[in-house]
Design a protein around this ligand. Structure first.
Ligand code: ADP
Length: 394
């Protein structure tokens, strides 16, 4: 079977999926990952229906870093029979100011993507590592980069800029927005499940361990709660979300913290984890009777509601609101509390549908249709990859 490999490489995990290319479209075959890179490496993979096909642990020294993880995953993938690799699609966090679409990768493109490393130092180098390796090992297999920023590149200039001297914008200090592959997938999905509403004014809330919201008009992103980096906007598992930049100055200038220490704080020790002192996982917070856990949940809900208000203003009202990603897809209590805060916009929850994680969780008379839609960033990458290699071949 002809197949596509989708790769999402991070610092502590390498996720991959294999999609078959069939007449009827793409069919997911394998979902796998190597987690615990450098600590407790573990390669796990399942078939599309959930059957475990590999679960192997490694000594920490055996899979010390991302290149070693790529090698281990590759070694296992090569043992699989029946797949003929047609292309590899990669999740690349930053497409910089230039890329508003996925792109077929060649040496020039790779250089340009590497030049965005400063804009996403924690993610971009990891995202590019498997691309470089595959170029060396399989130079004939086309590779496609799909960006988290691309879907937001059509924002109006007044939404895309900060009130800083113009030179900074020209240097790339812009409000890029992230989670674009998720939002693009949801925009496509809405065209299938709610074709009328899909053209309207919609807020999509991607609430996972990273969290943001996107304002869609006519299926296109017009505003995002994230900006220059994925630190802005909503509070997240370990990131604070919107923060007065004066706090950062205070920590560095008055408290003598190094820039690196502040970076670690903002990326790894803040958010739900920092505020609660209990956990970065919403499930743990909801189950805890620690008042700080309750405070972290209340803060999360409050900030979601405030940001929804901001996006509703950008859209001039909303017709639908979509919950997606880990918390959005699975947590009925969090959805219920957010919807309570959207009552002023005319949103009304159907509690039974909400408890059942139904696809529509609003009442018939709600002025805002409330959807719960699972996201699928990997399928989006596979679609883009197939589309690009097909046009390239034609
Ligand atoms: P990532 O950003 O890592 O892709 P996900 O979208 O998978 O994140 O979301 C992971 C998060 O979703 C977990 O950290 C957890 O807080 C949350 N989550 C998953 N299931 C539930 C649930 N049933 N209730 C509350 N939160 C949940």
């Amino acid at each position: 079977m002809e197949a596509l490999l989708v790769v999402n490489a991070g610092s502590s995990s390498l996720k991959f999926q294999v999609f078959g290319i069939a007449e009827a479209g793409l069919t997911r075959q394998i979902r796998g990952q190597i987690g615990g890179i450098g600590t407790r490496p573990r390669l796990q993979a399942k078939t599309a229906d959930g059957a475990v096909i590999i679960d192997r642990t490694y000594a920490a020294e055996a899979v010390r870093d991302l290149p070693a993880a790529i090698a281990a995953a590759r070694e296992w993938l090569l043992t699989l029979d029946g797949f003929e690799l047609r292309a590899i699609g990669h999740r690349v966090v930053h497409g910089g100011p230039d890329y508003a679409q996925p792109v077929l990768i060649d040496a020039t493109v790779l250089d340009r993507l590497a030049s965005y490393q400063d804009l996403a130092p924690l993610h971009q180098p990891n995202n590019l590592a498997p691309i470089r390796l595959a170029m060396e090992i399989n130079p004939d297999v086309p590779q496609v980069a799909c960006f988290d920023t691309a879907f937001h590149r059509g924002h109006a200039e007044h939404a895309d800029c900060y009130a800083l001297p113009r030179a900074f914008y020209d240097q790339g200090v812009r409000r890029y927005g992230f989670h674009g592959l998720s939002y693009e997938y949801i925009a496509e999905r809405l065209r299938e499940v709610a074709p009328q509403a899909a053209h309207g004014r919609i807020i999509v809330a991607h609430l996972g361990s990273g969290a943001s919201m996107c304002a869609l008009r006519g299926g296109r992103s017009i505003e995002s709660t994230m900006g220059f980096t994925a630190l802005d906007g909503l509070p997240m598992g370990t990131r604070p979300g919107q923060l007065d930049p004066g706090v950062v100055l205070y920590l560095i200038m008055q408290k003598g913290m190094s820039a690196q220490t502040v970076s670690n704080l903002l990326y790894h020790d803040a958010g739900l984890k920092g505020l609660s002192g209990v956990s970065n996982d919403m499930r743990d917070l909801l189950a805890s009777d620690d008042p700080h856990a309750a405070l972290a949940v209340a803060h999360f809900v409050y900030r979601c509601v405030l940001n929804a208000g901001m996006l509703a203003a950008a859209l001039g009202g909303i017709d639908a609101f979509v919950f997606t990603a880990g918390v959005g897809e699975n947590s009925a209590p969090i959805r219920a509390r957010i919807v309570e805060g959207l009552a002023w916009l005319g949103a009304e929850l159907d509690p039974v549908a909400n408890e059942a994680d139904a696809a529509v969780i609003s009442t018939a008379k709600s002025r805002v249709v409330l959807h719960v839609l699972p996201t699928d960033e990997e399928l989006m990458i596979a679609r883009h990859t197939l589309a690009l290699i097909s046009t390239h071949k034609a």
